[in-house]
Design a protein around this ligand. Structure first.
Ligand SMILES: [Zn+2]
Length: 266
């Protein structure tokens, strides 16, 4: 339960536990956020906790318009990364330990948390420093080699997201799982998309970002199932959404390639 009503400290003093170097990181990030938008620190704020790095304190507003309490001041995680990590560590273990993982468009916070895994690989078409510089709709990997694929806010950027989902299915082992998040409007049953809308300003107006191809609706799960997956969703109770600084209308999709129950990634 989110019963901790401790008031957040002023930005310069809100670093959580950690080394002096990490405390400096927190102070620097909070100072930068204050300079960009000091209004986000107005009034009393509830401290949030990052399940990835353990930081407890004020989080930082990001986005246009900003989502306040979005970015962890220490590791930089956003809401979706913390939600995914809560699933990974649900029950006190680590569902990804020892798994062969392919992480698309790897985000810094998750990359750091997962990078110690010897089976961890990264992929992107444009991002430098990844293991595989690849197009998600035409992967060069062999069939059935990964236990887990992670793609946070990737599919909305892909023209043919159905083909990308088929490729994720193909490279997963039977029983393997794709961990997926997308921008989704849960008040709409169906996904809004129009391939004729290509202008960045128009895409921004229609799909909420200049490089998004669509705005998913609740039928996103049907699109994932059409690639062959079974689909489950994960979210946490509202008090924990508050505690961990999550979005109340975002959940994690866990897409499993059916197969031998003994080969399941969990
Ligand atoms: Zn963090």
């Amino acid at each position: 339960m989110a019963t901790d009503t401790t008031r957040a400290q002023p930005p310069a003093g809100s670093a959580g536990q950690g080394s002096d170097r990490l405390d400096w990181t927190v102070a620097r990030r909070l100072a930068g956020a204050w300079l960009r938008d000091r209004h986000q620190f107005a009034g009393a704020k509830l401290p949030r906790t990052c399940p990835i790095c353990g930081h407890t304190g004020i989080m930082i507003g990001v986005g246009h318009p900003p989502r306040w309490d979005s970015r962890c001041a220490r590791c930089g995680s956003r809401e979706r990364h913390r939600l995914l990590w809560l699933w990974v560590t649900e029950g006190g273990g680590n569902r990804l330990a020892g798994k062969h993982i392919l992480h698309f468009a790897p985000e810094k916070a998750l990359r750091k948390a997962l990078g110690t895994n010897p089976g961890y690989e990264t992929a992107d078409l444009l991002q430098p420093g990844v293991t595989h510089k690849v197009d998600i709709t035409r992967l060069p990997m062999a069939d059935g080699i990964y236990d887990v694929v992670i793609a946070n806010h990737v599919l909305e950027h892909i023209d043919d997201d159905r083909q990308a989902l088929r490729e994720l299915f193909r490279v997963l082992k039977p029983g393997g799982q794709a961990l997926l998040t997308v921008p989704l409007n849960p008040t709409r049953e169906t996904t809004y998309e129009d391939p004729a809308i290509k202008d960045p300003a128009a895409r921004n107006a229609h799909f909420n970002a200049p490089d998004h191809r669509r705005y998913y609706g609740l039928d996103f799960a049907d699109r994932v199932k059409a690639a062959g997956f079974t689909v489950e969703t994960f979210r946490v109770p509202p008090p924990l959404e508050v505690r961990y600084g999550l979005l109340p209308m975002e959940w994690l999709y866990i897409a499993t390639r059916p197969g031998d129950a003994g080969a399941r990634a969990e």
